[in-house]
Design a protein around this ligand. Structure first.
Ligand SMILES: CCCCCCCC(=O)SCCNC(=O)CCNC(=O)[C@H](O)C(C)(C)COP(=O)(O)OP(=O)(O)OC[C@H]1O[C@@H](n2cnc3c(N)ncnc32)[C@H](O)[C@@H]1OP(=O)(O)O
Length: 193
């Protein structure tokens, strides 16, 4: 497999417009859903990713690799790192565009091992929009915002209607959220099953 990067975004795009109600640069974002494996504070052994809005089209996220995240002894599992990027990229799309979207395609390049105890700093950037397709990418650096790059990712998100979540989500979880809206502590949209 070639290491030469393919053109990105792969199609002609426009620069996405930040939503007028997008949070300001410097804003620390609360978890979007308490049980989210990526950011939820009630997700035991989750990643507990934390995100802060950056300048322009960026959001900076970070999480610390724990023993629960191992693949090889003492090293983060690659699929779990991909999960962290899915979360960081999705947060970027959701908060800056404030429209529901889901991951359609996620590509990760693993450049360096990520040991347990490392904090990964993920700098995500909205790259382009073409109709419902949103292209977004991120670099993940070891232990500092300017540390060595360990993982790179790029993804296609597709804008969806709220009906996507209501139609496909497990009913008891949708009901739980309707009963206790604080489970969705930060939400770019409302869910009323
Ligand atoms: C704040 C929130 C943070 C959340 C972070 C976590 C985010 C997530 O993990 S979301 C969960 C994982 N993702 C999913 O479950 C999505 C499952 N997939 C789906 O539901 C559907 O396939 C979906 C919605 C992506 C697309 O279906 P549909 O709405 O019918 O649109 P469809 O017409 O097929 O695709 C729209 C466009 O995207 C393109 N596209 C869709 N999938 C892909 C793909 N895998 N690769 C390339 N292009 C694709 C299509 O070709 C089409 O392009 P064009 O407009 O040029 O014709």
């Amino acid at each position: 497999m070639s290491r030469a990067p393919e053109p990105w975004p792969p199609v002609e795009t426009d620069l996405p417009q930040r939503h007028a109600d997008a949070p300001d640069p410097g804003t620390d974002l609360p978890p979007h859903y308490a049980h989210c494996f990526g950011c939820g504070d009630q997700a035991e052994d989750g990643l507990h990713l934390r995100a802060t809005v950056g300048e322009g089209h960026t959001i900076l996220s970070q999480f610390t690799v724990t023993e629960a995240h191992q693949g090889a002894p003492g090293l983060a599992h690659g699929g779990l790192l991909a999960c962290a990027f899915d979360e960081a990229l999705g947060t970027t799309v959701g908060n800056l565009l404030r429209s529901p979207a889901v991951t359609a395609k996620l590509e990760t390049s693993f450049l360096r091992p990520v040991p347990v105890g490392t904090t990964l700093f993920i700098d995500a950037h909205l790259d382009g929009i073409a109709g419902r397709k949103i292209y977004v990418s991120a670099d993940g650096r070891l232990d500092a915002p300017d540390g060595p790059i360990a993982v790179r990712a790029r993804a296609l998100f597709v804008l969806v209607d709220l009906s996507h979540f209501v139609t496909h989500g497990r009913k008891e979880d949708l009901v739980a959220v309707a009963k206790d809206p604080s489970l969705l502590s930060h939400r770019p949209f409302e869910i009323n099953p």
